[in-house]
Design a protein around this ligand. Structure first.
Ligand code: HEC
Length: 223
């Protein structure tokens, strides 16, 4: 019993010494780091606290009260020049346009469908009726693209909704490039057409499949 106690005491004594040594080493490291930090901050202190303007800060120095200087007339952008009104605003002379800024090919429609299925279908669903999975889980329901109001809306409107967002729907400008927004708008036109096409528009061989599909299910749609 006594032997065991001694061992324990010995052990804890050893632990104490080890802890004291570790503490001393930590103190040394901290002092060393503090010294380095002091040296480093000493080097750049004057540059650090110099008077300066951050972008869009006001200034009393210029008559217009802005610290940013406007671009000199005639300045040419080196990248991302956005002077094409239709392409970047969806308007022509300030009016929503019903034209696409570039010819829409089958490849554009396929890209539009892919982007639509990724970004829009979670709320608008794959056919555009507005019953996507997020809506089924409680998100506000978007209007169906089949509404006459949206069927008649110029394509520029769809471009602008994606660019600026609308009501509860946020903007997609950070996720979808302007060209892809047009491709999605073109694909929405496809959905609108397919959602209201009469049976005689469907090729004969496809009609049979359409008649066999259970109600509410589009033939060929993966379930
Ligand atoms: C997180 C859900 C959500 C996603 C994702 C979403 N939307 Fe919407 N969208 C909505 C809601 C909600 C509304 C209704 C907004 C309102 O009127 O308050 C709406 C409305 C719309 C409208 C109708 C605007 C009008 O004039 O009434 C269009 C067009 C539209 N969205 C297109 C898109 C496109 C294209 C995408 C993909 C790039 C997309 N949405 C992605 C939720 C979403």
């Amino acid at each position: 019993m006594g032997y065991l106690k001694l061992r324990i005491e010995k052990k804890s004594g050893g632990e104490q010494r080890t802890r004291a040594r570790a503490g001393w080493r930590r103190l040394q490291t901290a002092a060393c780091l503090a010294g380095v930090a002091l040296l480093l901050s000493g080097c750049r202190l004057d540059m650090h606290i110099q008077p300066k303007y951050l972008p869009d800060w006001p200034s009393k120095f210029f008559a217009d009260g802005r610290s940013n200087r406007p671009a000199v007339p005639g300045t040419v952008a080196r990248e991302d020049l956005r002077i094409d009104e239709l392409m970047y605003s969806g308007t022509e002379n300030g009016v929503l346009s019903n034209r696409f800024p570039f010819p829409i090919t089958r490849a554009d429609l396929e890209r539009g469908r892919e982007r639509y299925n990724i970004y829009c279908s979670p709320c608008h669903d794959y056919t555009g009726t507005g019953h996507g999975m997020i809506v089924q889980r409680g998100f506000p329901e978007p209007p169906s693209y089949m509404l006459p109001r949206l069927r008649e809306a110029p394509v520029g409107h769809f471009y602008q909704v994606m660019t600026n967002g609308i009501g509860a729907m946020y903007s997609y400008s950070a996720r979808v490039t302007p060209a892809d927004r047009w491709r999605i708008a073109a694909y929405i036109r496809v959905l609108q057409l397919s959602g209201s096409a009469p049976l005689q528009d469907v090729p004969q061989e496809e009609r049979q499949k359409l008649m066999q599909a259970p109600a509410g299910q589009t033939p060929g749609q993966a379930q």
